[in-house]
Write a protein that binds this ligand. Structure first.
Ligand code: FE2
Ligand code: FE2
Length: 188
């Protein structure tokens, strides 16, 4: 399916604001794909659809995951924040024929995962630095993503972890695993 057709599909799932975010993540992914020599159209399609299940209720997400037998850890099921990615990946595979790499990038876009491909890294970071994002330091992170994508990912996880600590919210284990993997493997 072409990007224009996927956009029409996405509109059925999302309200304006999140649709806008999706378009901006797609555009940011396209720029990063050029910089890092990744299949631009493919990464843009995955980026466009990454949040397609974000407005689906927690109960519906849980039901979908149970019905389709999708593997999700107990903790993820309790916390809920990563479920929309798992469901979106499954829908994209079945309905739009997305391949494994695209589905993996969508499935892991919230926390990342250890040993990500450049394709997966692009979708992960584009989601955090797209033009609709307004948090302190986002401009620096945008620039950094084009110079050192791994460091940009680590800094983004630092930021969200610090925030979660301050607000005494649970920390997603998978984010820490993503961060540790990069820090341990990028020692020079
Ligand atoms: Fe998301
Ligand atoms: Fe997103």
């Amino acid at each position: 399916m072409k990007i224009e057709e996927l956009k029409k599909e996405l509109k059925k799932y999302l309200k304006n604001e999140r649709y806008e975010h999706s378009i901006c993540v797609m555009e940011m992914s396209g720029k990063l794909a050029e910089k890092y020599n990744v299949d631009k159209t493919k990464v843009m399609k995955a980026a466009l659809m990454h949040d397609m299940a974000k407005e689906t209720s927690f109960d519906e997400l849980k039901k979908y995951i149970k019905d389709k037998n999708i593997y999700v850890s107990k903790m993820e099921m309790l916390l809920g924040v990563t479920l929309h990615g798992k469901v979106a990946a499954d829908i994209c595979m079945k309905k739009y024929n997305f391949d494994e790499e695209m589905c993996s990038a969508i499935s892991n876009h919230t926390t990342g995962k250890p040993n990500m491909t450049m394709f997966e890294k692009i979708v992960f970071i584009a989601d955090k630095i797209d033009e609709t994002r307004k948090y302190n330091g986002v401009q620096e992170l945008r620039e950094l993503a084009f110079k050192d994508i791994d460091l940009a990912i680590v800094k983004n996880i630092d930021y969200t972890t610090e925030n979660n600590l301050k607000k005494r919210r649970p920390i997603l284990e998978q984010s820490i695993k993503t961060r540790n993997y990069i820090l341990i493997n990028n020692k020079n």
